[in-house]
Design a protein around this ligand. Sequence first.
Ligand code: ADP
Ligand code: ZN
Length: 291
Amino acid sequence: MLYGSIEAGGTKFVCAIANEHLEITERVSFPTTVPEETMKQVIAFFEQYKNELAAIGVGSFGPIDIHQDSKTYGYITSTPKLAWQNFDFVGTLKKVFDIPITWTTDVNAAAYGEYVFGQGKGLSSVVYYTVGTGIGGGAIQEDQFIEGFSHPEMGHMLVVPHPDDNFKGNCPFHGNCLEGMAAGPAIEARAGKKGQDIPADDPVWEIEASYIAQCAYNTTLLFSPDVIIFGGGVMKQRHMVEKVHRAFEELLNNYVKTPKIENYIVTPSLEDDAGTFGCLALAKKADLHVN
Ligand code: ADP
Ligand code: ZN
C-alpha cells in the first residue's frame, strides 16, 4: 500500500511516494511549465506505482475550486499563470488513477503537515502562513480546513504601513496588503536586493517584522489558535521570529493572554517538507475513509 503526494507550486512540482507509515521512499521534482508537459511527467512518475497506489494528495497553487458539488471542482481557476487557468487538475489525474485524490491549496497542505507531524502535533487549532514569493495562509480546526465559499486568502489582509516605510506595496489588487508589503518580491523592491542577500541587522527586517506581527495580531484575534506557524523562504531569516515576537507583543498590548510566545509564534519544524507530508497524510486519511 502506497500513498502519493503532489505539491504543485508555481515554479516547481514535487511528487513523492510513501509507504503506509508515511515514510517517503521516492521523491522527484519537475519545473512548472505547461499542463501538457508537467502533468505528463507527474503521471509517468505515479504510473510506476499504479498497482500499489491507494490515494494521492494534491496541494496546489491557486486559486483553486474546492467545492465538491461545483462543475469545476478540482480545477485551478483564475491563476495569473495563463497556461494553467481553468485547468482540470483532479480530472486529469482521475482519468489515469481511479483512486481517492484529495485536493487542497499548497498552503493548506503545508498547514496539515505541521498539524499532523510538526508544530501543531497534538493541538486542536493551527494557523500556518508561508512568506515567500507570495503570502498564503491556511487554518485547521479539529482536523478540518476552515473554508466557506472558497479557501481563505489570508495573505491579502490589509496592513498598516510602518512609519519608516515609504514603499507603497506591489500587490496588483490591493497595493499595501500583507503580500504586497511583506512577501519576498516586496522586500526586494524596497531594498534593491533579494532577502537572502540582506544582512540580519538591516532596518528592513524591523519593517518586515512589523507586518508579520500585524498578521499574527489579526490571526490571534480572529481564531485564537493554539499556534501560528510562519514558514516560507523569508522566514529562513532566523532572527525574524524574535523580532516578530517583540512587535506582536507591543501590538497586542496584553489584550488577550496567548500561549507562551515562544510556543505560539513559531517556524515550521518540517521546514520545506511540510507540504509533502501534509499531502501524504491527506491521501492516507482519504484512503482510510473509503476503506
Ligand atoms: P515560493 O514561495 O516561490 O514557493 P520560497 O518560499 O523560497 O518559494 O520564497 C521565495 C522568496 O523568498 C523569494 O522572494 C526570495 O528572495 C525569498 N527568500 C528565499 N530565501 C530567503 C532567505 N534566506 N532570506 C530572505 N528571503 C529569502
Ligand atoms: Zn493583495
